[in-house]
Design a protein around this ligand. Structure first.
Ligand SMILES: Cc1ncc(C[n+]2csc(CCOP(=O)(O)OP(=O)(O)O)c2C)c(N)n1
Ligand SMILES: [Mg+2]
Length: 320
């Protein structure tokens, strides 16, 4: 359990002081459970277990000014918690001046996430890449290190995936060099044996380094690989289409329809081919269990729509 600060200022606030004791216990529970960014993954079953006697609708009513709902109430953003962390831990720090900016960014992020929700929840078949990105976000827990290695699919995932703790995000950085995923996964797993490692690859990227999944397994650093498979190098394909026309998009960018799930099975792990959106989440959980019980990496090959692109890809000036 990570050690970190809680909002001890709550005792100075009248709304808190004047509360019934069971409400106070609930609020202390939520402050202890939320992550560093003040996000509580709403779980009333657990809350009722630890703070007996509370009632969800009453709680939502009583605390409605204290939180901002995200994802139709599945998460709460506790602004006061963030204000406290960044504002008053140390009077001499300079974080006070950053507080309004951080809050502005967070509110903006929440707003953008809400706007994208129809795509994140898309039931389309073939699977919309935004749906895959959102399902991955839903799957992460506080001990999951998320790695992105790919083109378009990883750009999309950056709009959805929010690691639950600091240090739990890895990507190639500004140059976007493909092929980092397997090495990053191995390093992350070896350095953090108690954490879970999830790597999202594009199918082009996966092919570059995946044979070292065998190395990862052999050195006791198994991980969950998810392939956003669009049978193309889509980020490059988009540019070629806009610059040279539809008929030239596939040149150098068309890849085969490879059932990468079998790759994990070949190495003794769990593999799956996913074609329907509602299969993603249960399969991710199966992969989690399998990596734990077998010590072998899992590969979930998710067939996503090759005709959907990330807005970041579409906005690149070099393609115009
Ligand atoms: C080492 C390296 N080679 C080439 C590129 C250029 N590049 C950027 S995205 C991309 C396509 C990646 O395809 P895939 O992994 O399937 O992702 P998709 O865009 O299809 O989601 C390429 C070749 C790069 N970033 N790094
Ligand atoms: Mg691809």
């Amino acid at each position: 359990m990570p050690k970190r600060f809680t909002d001890s200022d709550k005792w100075k606030k009248k709304w808190f002081r004047c509360m019934r004791n069971d409400f106070k216990v609930f609020w202390i529970y939520v402050l202890d459970q939320c992550d560093h960014a003040g996000i509580w993954e709403v779980d009333f079953e657990a809350a009722e277990f630890f703070c007996s006697g509370i009632n969800e609708s009453e709680i939502r009513q009583v605390f409605k000014k204290q939180y901002q709902e995200i994802d139709n109430g599945k998460r709460w953003f506790l602004k006061d918690f963030v204000d406290f962390q960044y504002g008053t831990l140390n009077e001499n720090n300079r974080s006070e001046s950053r507080k309004p900016w951080l809050n502005e960014l967070r509110s903006e992020e929440i707003e953008r996430t809400e706007k994208l929700m129809p795509l994140f929840k898309s039931e389309e078949s073939p699977i919309h890449p935004y749906r895959l990105a959102w399902e991955i976000n839903e799957f992460l827990n506080k001990d999951t290190i998320y790695i992105g290695d790919g083109g378009d699919i990883v750009t999309i995932s950056a709009q959805a995936v929010q690691p639950r703790s600091p240090g739990n995000w890895m990507d190639p950085g500004a140059l976007g060099s493909l092929g980092v995923g397997t090495g990053f996964a191995m390093a992350a797993g070896l350095a953090n044996p108690d954490k879970e490692v999830v790597c999202l690859y594009g199918d082009g990227s996966f092919g570059m380094t995946v044979f070292d999944m065998e190395t990862a397994n052999r050195f006791g650093a198994p991980y969950i690989a998810i392939v956003g498979n669009n049978s193309h190098m889509n980020q490059i394909r988009y540019g070629q289409i806009t610059k040279y026309g539809e008929e030239r998009g596939n040149i150098g960018n068309k890849l085969g329809d490879v059932p990468f799930g079998t790759f994990a099975e070949m190495l003794g792990g769990f593999g799956a081919e996913i074609r329907e959106p509602n299969e993603i989440q249960p399969t991710l959980h199966k992969a989690r269990e399998s990596v734990k019980s077998t010590g072998k990496s899992a590969v979930i090959n998710v067939w996503v729509n090759p005709d959907e692109y990330a807005p970041g890809t579409k906005a690149q000036t070099m393609y115009k």
